[in-house]
Design a protein around this ligand. Structure first.
Ligand SMILES: NC(=O)c1ccc[n+]([C@@H]2O[C@H](COP(=O)([O-])OP(=O)(O)OC[C@H]3O[C@@H](n4cnc5c(N)ncnc54)[C@H](OP(=O)(O)O)[C@@H]3O)[C@@H](O)[C@H]2O)c1
Length: 242
């Protein structure tokens, strides 16, 4: 399989490294400004002999990138976040061009395993009223958004599977928490790697599940797994389908 890396930033470099280690050919690297990338534009020449494009760019550019890639009939993996209000538009582009497309808010293999573990735990806790539920996430000081998208996903898994909790509270609580509320806190400091934790607390004990990212490697591996999965497929998918 030959891939094109669209966006030669932190993730683009990580994918290049991981692809080399896995024996996947990086046929093309496209970055709008970067002189180190082979190409600056998505076109017939830059996607020649490419099977799957992997986009880790910006929310502003990703939809236009998808449009160009789909019109050149190439399959697409999208790791870029922050474009989900255009999901229907993108679905239309994918289907009208009859290409394969997969996206994830978080491509980390470990995080996706963590989601499944949290889901299974939530189903158990749903049956035991004595346990209250909480979550928190911690990230480095340069992270721009809060709460993290991953925290939102974890919160939604908890709410979906624990009937007595139906409201997520990400903001600070300056009052007593309501029984139906689930508090999920965010902390930003120093170089803390992405950390997400879920806790179940009773008067007798606390159960805590935690995922800590060590680096960006997990995202790159997941995106490459997605590229292998979407190669030769058609249609619109997210990571749960994979
Ligand atoms: N789904 C996941 O698992 C996951 C994991 C990590 C990150 N992300 C997301 O992936 C995106 C990128 O993250 P990052 O940390 O790699 O950011 P980054 O280091 O800022 O890299 C983005 C790169 O895309 C380039 N770019 C912008 N517009 C472009 C276009 N139209 N065509 C080609 N290249 C373009 C930028 O070029 P210039 O700098 O020259 O402008 C930059 O080099 C973000 O949305 C982030 O939230 C998702």
């Amino acid at each position: 399989m030959n891939i094109a890396i669209i966006g030669y930033g932190k993730m683009g470099h990580e994918i290049e490294k991981a692809a080399k280690a896995k024996g996947i050919t990086v046929q093309s690297v496209i970055n709008i400004n970067d002189k180190n990338a082979k190409y600056k534009e998505i076109n017939e020449e830059s996607l020649k002999d490419v099977d799957v494009c992997i986009d880790f760019t910006t929310p502003d550019s990703v939809v236009e990138n998808i449009r160009k890639i789909a019109s050149l009939k190439k399959n697409i993996v999208v790791g870029t976040t922050g474009w989900y209000d255009k999901l229907d538009e993108v679905k239309g582009i994918v289907n009208s061009n009859n290409v394969g497309f997969i996206y994830a808010t978080n491509f980390s293999v470990g995080v996706n395993i963590f989601f499944k573990i949290v889901e299974a735990a939530a189903k158990l806790i749903n049956k035991v009223d004595e346990y209250d539920v909480f979550g928190y996430e911690m990230h480095h000081k340069n992270k721009v958004d809060s709460p993290s998208g991953t925290a939102k996903s974890i919160g939604n898994i908890l709410i979906k599977n624990i009937q007595r909790k139906n409201k997520l509270v990400f903001d600070k609580l300056d009052r007593k928490i309501e029984p139906n509320e689930l508090h999920f806190a965010s902390v930003r400091s120093g170089s803390i790697p992405g950390t997400h934790s879920v806790g179940f607390d009773s008067s007798a004990d606390t159960i805590e599940l935690k995922h800590t990212a060590r680096n960006r490697e997990g995202f790159a591996l997941g995106a490459l797994m997605a590229a292998q999965w979407i190669n030769n497929k058609k249609g619109f998918y997210d990571i749960n389908d994979m």
